[in-house]
Design a protein. Sequence first.
Length: 148
Amino acid sequence: MTTIDFYTQVADKHDFVRRLCARALASRARLVLWAPDRETCQRLSRMLWSVPATSFIAHVAAHDPLAAVTPVILDCEAGTFTHDDVLVNLRAEVPSFFSRFNRLIEIVAAGDETDASAARTRYRFYRDRGYELRTHDMSRAAAAPNVR
């Protein structure tokens, strides 16, 4: 059954995703970043290729021929992925395919009541279906999140 982690009070969701990806690569985990739209995909892609300035996090879209050998998939429309390790949901709604993944990560922005309300709805959805839920308050956390 999918394990679900909610990371709450995240100051900068995109930077959090970048750090999450870096930790995933270090632990050999494979991630799918499920973005709400193309604009978000492009913004995240630029960040993953350029931050920090001395490094990058290789990633491709789900339909890319290299998806099967790339540890980070960034997409907003595919729904068909080459692995089922970790899904990072960046959308307001529950991904219809989340249960095929070993782990689901939900990220909730600090100070954004709209984001928090949508996250509470997703939390109840998962809880009511018997999923194991863990919550991590990132307001005092300085380290990157654990992927494993």
